[in-house]
Structures are given as C-alpha cells and as structure tokens.
Design a protein around this ligand. Structure first.
Ligand code: ADP
Length: 404
C-alpha cells in the first residue's frame, strides 16, 4: 500500500465521520428546536387555559354577585366605592356609576355616612335601619363589616343591604288589622255590657224598657256573630285555605235565589228587586261562595241604596270568554276618592251609618277575594248622587259544558 492510497482512505474516513457527525448534530438541533417549540406551545396553551378559567370564574362570580337579591358594596381602604352589584343600583335607584366616590358623594345620605363611621369604629354593624324617601318610601336594613387591608392601615368595608319594605308593610297591615278587629269587637261588646248593667240596675223590672234593651243586646250579639263569621271567612280566603267546590252553575238561577232571600227586606224599604241576568249564562263556580258574593252586594245595595228605589242584578257575556255581573242601585253612590278603597278590609265611607246598619266592614273584601279565587276581578262604578254599580267578572263556561 503506498502513501497516496493510505491518505485517501483516511480522508474518506474523516469525511464520512464529519458527515455523520454533522447529520447527527443537525438532527439533534432540529429535534431540540421542535421540543422547545412544543414546550413553548404547551406553555402558551396552559397560560391561555388558565386565563380562560380565571375569566370564567370571574364571570360566574360577577353573575352570582349581580343576581343576589341583597345589595352589596365594597369600600376600599380610602373609604371609596370599589365594587357594587345590580341590586344595590336598583335599591338606591342609582342612575350613574359610583365607583371611586365616597359614601356621601355616591348616596347623599347622612345616615349611610353614619353607618360607615360606625363600622370603622366598631368593626361590625348588624341590623342598621335606613329609610329611603324617594317617590315611594322604602325601608332597607344594612349589615356592615370591616375587611382586611394592609397592616396598620384603615381597612375596607363590606356592606350588605336587604330591602325590608314588604315586610314592614305586612307588619303594618297586621297591626292595623288587629287594631281594627279589637275596635269592631269592642263596640258591640260595650253596648251589650252597658245595657246588661242598666237592666241589672233596675230596668229589668220595667217590662217595656227591659224588652227594648234586650232587643238591643240581641242585635249587638248578632253583630258580633256576623263579625266573627266574616273574620273567619276573610282569614281563610286570604290564606288560600278555602277550597272551591266548582260546578257548572246557571247564573240567572243563582242570582234569583240570592234575590229571594231579600224579598222581605226589599218590601220593608219599598225597593224593587230585579233579576236581569241573561238566560243560559253558565260559569264553573262554587255556588255557596258565589251566593255569598250576590248576598253581600244586594245587602249593601239595600242598606245604602234609596228607600223606594230599584236594585238590579244583571249579567252578560263580554269579550274574551268572560262574564260580567253587576248589582246596581239608585242610592247616593260613592265619592270618587272612596271608590278605590271600598274593597279594603274595614274601609267605610260613612262609619256611623255602616255600623248603625250592622255592617262588619268586611263584605266587599270578601266579595273581592271570592271573585279573585274564581279567576275574575271586582270593581265599582259610581257617580255621586246617581247610585252605585258593583261589577265582577268570571270566566265563562264553554256552551258544551254549560249547566242545564
Ligand atoms: P259594610 O259592612 O260597612 O257594609 P262593606 O265592605 O260591605 O262593609 O262596604 C264597605 C263600605 O262601602 C260601606 O261601609 C259603604 O260605605 C260603602 N258601600 C258599599 N256598598 C255601597 C253602595 N251600594 N252604595 C253606597 N255605598 C256603599
């Protein structure tokens, strides 16, 4: 083997080695670059996913925050509004954003500023009452607590507001109801007591006076009875505990039956009672309850209508499958300002007159509730001096199901 051939072989060998090494290094470089890229991509995706999750959980928190019925507000350590929800916006009727404002700037309510001061000094305030005097008076109850801030610094505060207007109204209605009922019960009771004492003091020995007094006692005992019956009826109706025994009923027949019960009273007052409910009008109703509606309305028409006048019960089908029934008198009627209130419990236009007539003040409230329970509504139309017409609607029964 000569030098030349030896050298050539080495060159080829070194060349091949260099090629293999270059290839190997290149491959390695490519694979590392691909790895780094994949890792970068993976990192990017992870970051994106984390961001997505954070945004989702933020959106969920915001939705939860905004769907709360309580108004919530967070003050930062400088006492400025940092965060608040939609309920708070609604409760305080905010029309502009209040972020960054102080309590006084945001609400202009000295009481709220006082609450802010109280929570800073006490750390927590529970059951703070606020009265808002916008167009409708509303009542809020607030709880406030300090939330952590930097050590030694003033801390932020969280406020939660509950709208307790409805609760307050219910409480007021309940108190008024108890006061009214006590008053209504006391009047006949004190009459019964007074006349009994007079009888015991000697009037019992004078037959004529004794009879008169006993008749008065009897009348007031009846009134107590009516009052208790009406109270029970209204309490059952209002709590929805009066189940309706519905059946297809012919309304002209039902009105006729109610009218018949008043024949003697109508004659006493020389009042003409007329049944003008059209024939063949049927509704799916509880006959006893509906009888009470007619009785209460005809009773009122006779009590408050004109002696020698006319009371008409009428009924006809109106639009959209409804029936309209009415009891009309030609008495003094009801002043416009009282018309919206006559269906309230214990509301009377003329208190003395109603009591003297033995009224409980609950008749029209019972009418309203019974009609509403049947899916209708009750209202009054009256022009003072031209009588009153009490109307109520009921869903009409399709002809196929009508009462025969
Ligand atoms: P009351 O037991 O006092 O009659 P109601 O609830 O039946 O109670 O009626 C409430 C008030 O509405 C009555 O006190 C009376 O002032 C007025 N009212 C009812 N019906 C008539 C009517 N037909 N004409 C005039 N006023 C009426």
């Amino acid at each position: 083997m000569n030098w030349f051939s030896h050298n050539w072989e080495i060159t080829v060998f070194v060349g091949a080695l260099a090629a293999i090494l270059t290839h190997f290094i290149w491959e390695r470089f490519l694979s590392e670059r691909a790895n780094a890229k994949a890792q970068q991509e993976y990192g990017r995706r992870l970051l994106l996913r984390e961001k997505e999750l954070a945004a989702q959980s933020q959106a969920r928190l915001e939705a939860l925050f905004d769907s709360m019925t309580e108004g919530v507000m967070l003050l930062d350590t400088a006492g400025r509004v940092e965060l608040y929800n939609r309920s708070l916006e609604r409760m305080f009727r905010l029309t502009v954003g209040i972020r960054g404002l102080t309590l006084l700037e945001a609400f202009r309510l000295p009481e709220l500023v006082k609450l802010g001061e109280e929570v800073q000094s006490a750390g927590e305030v529970v059951g703070f009452d606020l009265e808002l005097l916008a167009e409708n008076r509303r009542y809020l109850q607030a709880n406030a607590t300090l939330v952590a801030g930097a050590v030694g610094a003033r801390r932020g505060a969280l406020f939660v507001f509950h709208d307790i207007t409805r609760l307050r109204e219910l409480e007021r209605t309940r108190q008024e109801f108890v006061a009214n009922v006590s008053h209504e019960l006391r009047t006949p009771l004190s009459m019964i007591k007074g006349y009994t004492e007079t009888l015991l003091d000697g009037a019992k020995d004078e037959p004529e006076r004794a009879t008169r007094f006993l008749q008065i006692i009897d009348r007031h005992a009846d009134r107590l009875n009516f009052l208790i019956d009406d109270l029970l009826a209204i309490s059952k109706l209002e709590s929805g505990q009066m189940p309706l025994n519905r059946q297809p009923i012919d309304l002209r027949t039902l009105a006729g039956r109610a009218i018949d019960q008043f024949a003697a009273r109508a004659m006493e007052r020389s009042v003409t009672l007329a049944n003008e409910v059209v024939e063949g009008l049927s509704a799916d109703v509880d006959a006893d309850r509906l009888d009470q509606v007619f009785v209460n309305l005809v009773d009122n028409a006779l009590k408050y209508g004109r002696a020698g006048g006319r009371v008409t019960v009428s009924g006809r089908a109106v639009a959209e499958g409804m029936i309209e029934l009415a009891v009309q008198d030609d008495g003094p009627g009801i002043p416009p300002e009282a018309q919206a209130r006559v269906f309230e419990r214990f509301y009377r236009v003329d208190k003395a007159r109603s009591r003297e007539q033995g009224g409980t003040g609950l008749g029209l409230a019972i009418v309203k509730h019974i009609v509403q329970a049947h899916g209708g509504k009750a209202w009054v139309r009256s022009e003072p001096g031209c009588g009153a017409t009490f109307l109520f609607s009921l869903p009409q029964l399709p002809a196929d199901d009508a009462a025969h």
